[in-house]
Design a protein. Structure first.
Length: 188
C-alpha cells in the first residue's frame, strides 16, 4: 500500500467518517480472508461495494477471469478517480444504493458474489435497509454476500435475507474485523 493511499484514506475519513468507517485501508489479511471465500472459477459477475483505495479490489482483480464482469462502487470522488486510474478495465460507479439499476445498465442479470467494505452501522437505518435489499435483489439464487464489519451488529438484519454461513474474525486489521459469509435465502 502506497503512503499516498493511506493519506487519501485518512483525509476521506476526516472529511466524512460515517461514509469511510476507518482511518486506514483494509489490511491484506482482511482482503485475503474475504476473497478466499469465493469459488473464482465459477464467477461470471461480481460487485464490490465501498472499494475505497482498492485494498480488496486488487485481490478481486487478480482472481477474476478476463470474462468476469466486475462492478466497483465508491462514493468518494477522489477514491473513485484513483480506482479508475488503477483499474481502467473495471466498471466503476458512485452509488451502491442503485446497484440493481446499474446492473441493468451494464446488461448484468445477476451477480454471483458481492463483496462489501461498507460501514453499514454508520449509515441511517433507511439507507442500510436499501443497501441490504439491493444486495439481495442483485444476487442470483444462492449467491454469496461477503462483508466485513467491525462489530456483530449487522448479524440480525442480515439473517432476515441471508443464511449466515460463517463469521470469521480477522485480528490482523486496524481495527480488527469480522468477515460475514452469507448465502442468499430463497424467495419466500
Amino acid at each position: 500500500m502506497k503512503s499516498n493511499e493511506y493519506l487519501l484514506f485518512l483525509r476521506s475519513f476526516v472529511h466524512s467518517p460515517k461514509n469511510v468507517g476507518s482511518i486506514i485501508p483494509s489490511s491484506r489479511f482482511l482482503a485475503k480472508a474475504m476473497v478466499r471465500q469465493a469459488a473464482w472459477q465459477e464467477i461470471k459477475a461480481v460487485a464490490e461495494l465501498g472499494s475505497g483505495t482498492g485494498a480488496i479490489t486488487q485481490y478481486i482483480d487478480e482472481r477474476a477471469s478476463e470474462d468476469t464482469k466486475v462492478l466497483l462502487f465508491e462514493m468518494n470522488t477522489t477514491m473513485r478517480n484513483n480506482l479508475q486510474q488503477n483499474y481502467p478495465d473495471l466498471s466503476i460507479h458512485p452509488n451502491a444504493a442503485v446497484l440493481v439499476e446499474t446492473m441493468k445498465q451494464q446488461n448484468i442479470q445477476q451477480l454471483d458474489y458481492i463483496f462489501s467494505c461498507l460501514p453499514f452501522f454508520n449509515f441511517e437505518s433507511e439507507l442500510r435497509e436499501t443497501l441490504v435489499e439491493q444486495i439481495y435483489q442483485a444476487l442470483k439464487p444462492g449467491g454469496i454476500f461477503i462483508a466485513f464489519q467491525y462489530s456483530l451488529q449487522m448479524k440480525k438484519q442480515l439473517a432476515e435475507k441471508f443464511v449466515i454461513e460463517k463469521i470469521e474474525f480477522v485480528p490482523l486489521n486496524i481495527p480488527p474485523a469480522f468477515v460475514y459469509v452469507c448465502r442468499k435465502k430463497e424467495d419466500n
